[in-house]
Ligand binder design. Structure first.
Ligand code: NAP
Length: 455
């Protein structure tokens, strides 16, 4: 038998998850010099691109344009896309491992962290993940409802996801009308009664997790004023070291300049708060009506940074909608190791076990921008290729092209191809053009299959 990686016996790699990290892993494999390789790329959805399609905000089309890079990777004849194939339901890790020399988990972080405070489960309290999936027409979230008739909403956390959901609630919906936002979400936002969005940071302006460009976008909204209390925009002595980071300095200068501007005169307000933590959501008839906040002071965390500590001073703000945006979290893949504490797949240089590898947020947790995933995926692929060279990949009985097709047909799994996705892509663009939008997404798997003439 020829060795894997030769033209007679290409290295067969399954990648599970067709988001950015999965595509960057595929790209790195297909570009590997001197090695014959083929890639089977699986996704539970009929549509590729993961968070680029379902996470990036509709008013950030420039960021979404990275999908063109992934499309080129997908068109390499050595790659096969298997859409609508769900791990656990349709195929198991063991079945993939029996038909590929290596399997790369690119499953991201599909869940989210909780605040762990009383009232968190009241109606009107949601994760930002749900709201993001909803406005982006993700099949998992299309059926959700958010009460936008309320006057005030609160977003907990000040990372870039918090910026996205805040902007979507505060922005003039006219600015979203031509994007690929789900039609139902655009309608709901047009009818929104929200006048105030509280944006709640538990630490100070120097520690805020948002990028400078993201807070500047909030400050430049035509429909809302960014309002910051000058006292809260001030930097504590313990935080001054953070300002050595140019991004931290830039963000801090920006909010301090905004704090000096006062209330402004726009219809909506984004009230950015610092050094406050929600300690309870207060309900009425099962729905959120207010949030109890505790003021924090910042102390040295002993690791070169700061941490927030409650001061015992409380206040209450009236809010009818709460979006917690305190970080994503991985969910376990049955049959693949999972670290409950960190919420991702444990690994050594991307190696999970013999023939098993991990990339992206499933590997390092929910951090970094889309481009961060490229170097990260390349690093894992280097580990894989080193293992190939060292003869450390497990022996596989049948890694032929047909083995995977036979598995799916034996299990009566109807996978969608990249050509199927391209048909959906074309239809979405055509439907969008009719509505004056970039794209009108199919938001349910049933609709996608129907559009392809399948049940
Ligand atoms: P993130 O950047 O980790 O931010 C999480 C925020 O939640 C932080 O402000 C954090 O505060 C706060 N937090 C955590 N636990 C909390 C608690 N118990 N109570 C109150 N606040 C709490 O996460 P993310 O916003 O979900 O973003 C994930 C990644 O995607 C990031 O790398 C982000 O840059 C990226 N992303 C980028 C874009 C873009 O470029 N446009 C858009 C969306 C997402 P502490 O700092 O105090 O921990």
């Amino acid at each position: 038998m020829p060795d894997p990686g030769t033209p007679e016996r290409p290295l067969a790699v399954a990648i599970v998850g067709a988001g950015p990290s999965g595509f960057y892993a595929a790209e790195a494999l297909l570009k590997a010099p001197g090695i014959s390789v083929r890639v089977d790329l699986f996704d539970r959805l009929p549509t590729p691109y993961g968070l680029v399609r379902g996470g990036v905000a509709p008013d950030h089309q420039k960021i979404k344009s990275v999908a063109a890079v992934y499309e080129r990777v997908a068109q390499d004849p050595r790659l096969r896309f298997f859409g609508a194939v769900k791990l656990g339901r349709d195929v198991t890790p063991a079945e993939l491992a029996a038909r590929h020399d290596a399997v790369i988990w690119a499953v991201g972080c599909e869940s989210d962290r909780h605040m762990g405070i009383p009232g968190e489960d009241l109606a009107g309290s949601h994760s930002a993940t749900e709201f993001v999936g909803w406005y982006n027409g993700h099949p998992d979230h299309r059926g959700r409802t958010f009460d936008l008739s309320v006057k005030a909403a609160a977003v907990v956390g000040v990372g870039n996801v918090a910026m996205d959901v805040t902007r979507l609630m505060a922005e003039d919906p006219a600015n979203l009308a031509k994007t690929d936002i789900a039609a139902y979400a655009l309608d709901a936002l047009r009818g929104s009664g929200i006048k105030t969005v509280w944006l709640l940071g538990r630490r100070g302006p120097a520690e805020a997790a948002y990028s400078p460009a993201e807070i500047e976008e909030i400050g430049e909204l035509t429909s809302a004023d960014l309002v910051v209390d000058p006292a809260e925009a001030a930097v504590d002595d313990v935080s001054k070291g953070e300002l050595a980071d140019p991004a931290s300095k830039k963000k801090t200068d920006y909010v301090q300049a905004h704090a000096a501007k006062g209330e402004g005169s726009k219809e909506r307000k984004v009230r950015l708060r610092f050094r406050v933590s929600p300690v309870e959501l207060i309900g009425e008839n099962g729905r959120v009506k207010a949030m109890k906040l505790e003021r924090n002071k910042l102390v040295d965390d002993g690791k070169g940074g700061t941490k927030a500590v409650g001061t015992g001073v409380y206040e209450t703000i009236e809010v009818g909608l709460v979006l917690r945006s305190v970080g994503y979290r991985g969910i376990p893949v049955p049959g693949v190791p999972f670290d409950e504490k960190s919420g991702h797949i444990p690994h050594q240089d991307g190696r999970v076990g013999p023939g098993s590898y991990v990339v992206g947020w499933a590997k390092r947790g929910p951090s970094g921008l889309i481009g961060t995933n490229r170097a990260d995926s390349v690093a894992t692929v280097q580990s894989l290729l080193a293992d190939l060279k060292a003869g450390a990949l497990p022996a596989v009985a049948d890694a032929s092209l047909d083995a995977t097709l036979k598995l799916l047909s034996d299990k009566k799994v109807r996978a969608l191809s990249f050509a199927d996705w391209q048909k959906l892509d074309k239809l979405e663009k055509e439907n969008g053009a009719k509505a004056g939008k970039i794209r009108e997404k199919f938001t349910s798997i049933e609709d996608m299959l129907a559009a392809l003439g399948q049940k």
